[in-house]
Design a protein around this ligand. Structure first.
Ligand code: BGC
Length: 788
């Protein structure tokens, strides 16, 4: 985009004032007075993407200021207002590791993916991770991290679930708030994204999410509401998609009525990159900044004001909000970044945080931890991924990290012996397969340049699992003490996962069963390790191995973190933040999710008329509020692993659960005692079952609070307090646009998972109502509550 050249800014005086305090402030009214209409239109859009416009645009990758950052704001040099730098997020900072003509490196720490962080259910830990990440943001000269990403895990196949936290809005919101607090404690900003309903990648730029007002409020907006109210993110990023027919970035109902008028948000809203269509409508809606800026948005704003369609006052209001943001940033305050973040310290942070989010799904006969003396054990590693760990997902959520510790290296460093024959065999196989994959990709790139460029941001196909001879397996089973079969999955932006990615491939299934058969024959154990970014099918094979550990994608220290858990140095204490269904089709949303559709490669084709294809051009959220366990538990459906589930190397007893209610606050206390033999932490979940309501369907239970113990020694106990406000018990009644708490007897369920309720405490609650605006109405023909 060359808008800057078209309309040069001719401004003379510097308007920046210095206060008596150290903080520099901007005289915003004076700035407004000095800007022409064209200057104003420039200012609310970014600086474009040099060399990348139109259909060639991809996720942010500016080369100015901090190379590899997603974008910058528009500088007003003559007014002393610099461009500030915006960069992704969320598993760490995404900037280029290498710069032209510069020998030093700018690697960033690859922290665990969002799903793993949420699986810790540990807000304090997530805040610590945020603190560390934010230090890199600041020291590399970035002002706003484009994270956290809090969209709901509506369906297991969403390609970006790995960046997101949970199928439950309370988990997603509370974890996001902790992350934001941590990052922003460094004096840099965050951008909670993608606001909202960006629950699929297929046609994400145009998809119309058709959702009931109740599900909008209770499920999809809730994590944003919690994050905004509890942690005050400096910015919010609107999403690409539409909500009930209108682009979110053009929705005044969403960006002003709900976000600002109802929730009291005072920060800045920016679009997702190239999001939305009509620049004037975006400005009017309260989408302050349009990133990274398109010429047609510029024209639409200027023409809009000239024609009277857009009030200049609305543009001015947005400018003030952008100036408010700039004023707070290190760039404006003159901070000199060191370019030397504490990478070593952060490696320790990521290693430890990853450990807490790993979920032990199965552990027959205490297969794990492995025997205490590592050198006594030889481990046989099966599956390509164990030698080539996946640190995180792809697309804008990728991090340019210096290294990834594989399972092989992690175990070796922990002192384990590894079957070297098998290692050699895999090393050779992986090299060959990767070369073949690269060759195929290069050939495809020659045919289609656009695809080739996108391929850089997309997951590279994983090698098909190597087939093993029965005799060879038998020999290895005799020689080695234990087998670990690693299954890997990688996904990312632009493309949803396929059914084949959810299910095990024939080769993977064969590998798991052959290894289990060979090792069990000689009385040895098999552990399956999942290096995945999202849910996979487990029901059909989980009976075979002795133990299953879901390690997620645990960042650059993955192998060390997994070794810490396998060796028993630390008990796993993560729990699932989403339900693992028996079959993909069991999740209600699977009836309305784009299955195996081609990715949208046009990227900037906003507004192009689709052909009305279901789940591509529009998606009916027919399941309404029945997302995840709200569906499975309300309709008694079998699951493979329930929401909130996770084992430990020790056991816990829950006693003395009590309610202490005063005014509008309900406190539940419960004593958790470690009654096993190892140290461990326990997560306690508090669900509420509402009395039957004549007006609204109520789910069997809904999570309202959670807490985690410190590391408890055997015999040690801790009393946890879980707090719920009466207002949190409300359901949204769309007919009257009221958040309504029905009077009656509520059951407070204290559980170790959604299906392992330890104690039920009844409480009488008085009625209360809070009226809000009736906005974001779905089209009349879409009334899912009646259809269910
Ligand atoms: C993604 C955002 C990201 C932005 C900037 C978009 O494609 O959806 O999550 O922050 O690019 O890189």
């Amino acid at each position: 985009m060359k808008t800057k050249d078209l309309f040069p800014i001719a401004l003379a005086t510097a308007l920046v004032m210095s206060c008596a305090s150290q903080d520099k402030t901007i005289d915003k009214q004076d700035v407004l007075r000095k800007l022409s209409l064209e200057d104003k239109a420039h200012f609310v859009i970014g600086t474009g993407m040099p060399g990348m416009s139109g259909d060639h645009a991809v996720i942010g990758a500016t080369k100015s200021l901090v190379p590899g950052a997603a974008g910058t704001t528009y500088p007003l040099d003559s007014l002393g207002i610099p461009a500030i730098v915006l960069a992704d997020g969320p598993a760490g900072l995404r900037v280029d590791a290498h710069r032209k003509g510069d020998k030093r490196t700018y690697f960033c720490t690859h922290f665990p993916i969002g799903t793993l962080l949420a699986s810790t259910w540990n807000r304090q830990l997530v805040e610590e991770v945020g603190k560390a990440m934010g230090e890199e943001v600041k020291e590399y000269g970035v002002d706003v991290l484009l994270a956290p990403a809090v969209n709901i895990h509506r369906n297991p196949l969403n390609g970006r679930n790995f960046e997101y936290y949970s199928e439950d809005p309370v988990v997603a919101g509370k974890i996001a708030a902790a992350y934001i607090r941590g990052i922003q404690s460094n004096g840099v900003g965050t951008s909670v994204k993608h606001f909202a309903f960006n629950n699929q990648e297929t046609n994400r730029m145009n998809n119309d999410a058709r959702i009931s007002q109740r599900a909008i409020r209770e499920i999809y907006l809730k994590p944003f509401e919690i994050a905004v109210k509890e942690a005050h993110p400096w910015t919010v990023m609107s999403s690409y998609n539409k909500i009930n027919g209108i682009y979110t970035s053009e929705s005044k109902d969403l960006l002003t009525t709900i976000l600002r008028d109802e929730w009291g948000y005072e920060g800045t809203v920016m679009t997702d990159w190239f999001g939305g269509k009509d620049g004037a409508a975006q400005v009017w809606a309260g989408n302050d900044m349009l990133q990274p800026g398109k010429a047609e948005q510029f024209m639409s704003i200027v023409d809009g004001v000239k024609s009277g369609r857009l009030k200049e006052a609305d543009l001015d209001r947005n400018i003030i909000r952008i100036l408010n943001l700039i004023e707070k940033t290190p760039s404006y305050q003159g901070y000199q970044p060191s370019n030397k973040p504490d990478l070593q310290g952060h490696a320790a942070v990521t290693r430890q945080s990853a450990v807490e989010g790993m979920v032990l799904l199965k552990n027959e006969d205490s297969t794990l931890p492995l025997a205490s003396k590592a050198t006594d054990i030889e481990v046989a590693l099966y599956g390509c991924t164990g030698y080539d760990f996946i640190a995180g997902g792809t697309g804008s959520g990728n991090v340019n990290h210096a290294y990834v510790v594989s399972l092989l290296d992690g175990l070796k460093k922990a002192g384990y012996r590894v079957n070297e024959d098998l290692h050699k065999q895999y090393a050779k196989y992986i090299t060959q397969r990767k070369a073949e994959i690269e060759k195929q990709q290069n050939a495809a790139a020659k045919k289609d340049k656009k695809k080739a460029m996108l391929a850089k941001f997309m997951p590279t196909p994983r090698p098909v699992e190597m087939s093993m001879e029965a005799r060879q397996l038998e020999r290895q089973a005799r020689l080695s003490d234990v087998a670990i079969v690693t299954l890997g999955r990688i996904s990312g932006e632009f493309v949803d996962r396929k059914m084949a990615d959810f299910n095990l491939s024939t080769e993977e299934r064969r590998l798991v069963s052959q290894v289990c058969e060979a090792y069990h024959k000689v009385g040895k154990k098999v552990v399956v390790l999942l290096n995945v970014g999202g849910v996979i099918e487990t029901a059909s094979w989980k009976d075979l191995p002795d133990a299953i550990l879901c390690a997620w994608q645990a960042g650059q220290e993955s192998g060390n973190s997994v070794a810490d858990v396998l060796s028993g140095k630390v008990s796993p204490s993560g729990k699932l933040t989403m339900t693992w269904p028996v079959n993909f089709a069991d999740a209600y949303s699977s009836r309305n999710f784009p299955i195996d559709k081609a990715p949208d490669l046009s990227l900037t084709n906003q507004g192009k008329a689709g052909n009305g294809e279901k789940d591509v051009d529009y998606t009916d959220y027919e399941e309404d509020i029945y997302v995840g366990y709200r569906y499975f538990d309300s309709f008694d459906k079998a699951v493979s692993y329930p929401f909130g589930y996770g084992l430990s190397y020790t056991k816990f007893d829950y006693t003395d659960a009590k309610i202490n209610a005063k005014d509008d606050v309900i406190n539940v206390t419960v004593s958790v005692k470690n009654v096993g033999k190892a140290d461990g932490k326990e997560i306690v979940e508090l669900y509420v079952a509402a009395p039957d309501s004549k007006r609204l369907n109520k789910p069997a239970k809904e999570l309202k609070a959670f807490a985690k113990t410190k590391s408890l020694k055997p015999g040690e106990a801790e009393t946890l307090t879980l707090t719920v406000k009466t207002a949190d018990l409300a359901s949204f009644d769309a007919d009257t646009s009221v958040w309504r708490v029905d009077a009656g007897k509520y059951q407070l369920l204290v559980g170790a998972s959604s299906r392992d309720i330890k104690t039920t405490l009844p409480i009488d609650v008085k009625a209360r109502e809070t009226k809000v605006h009736s906005v974001l109405r779905p089209m009349e023909r879409f009334n899912i509550l009646k259809r269910m």
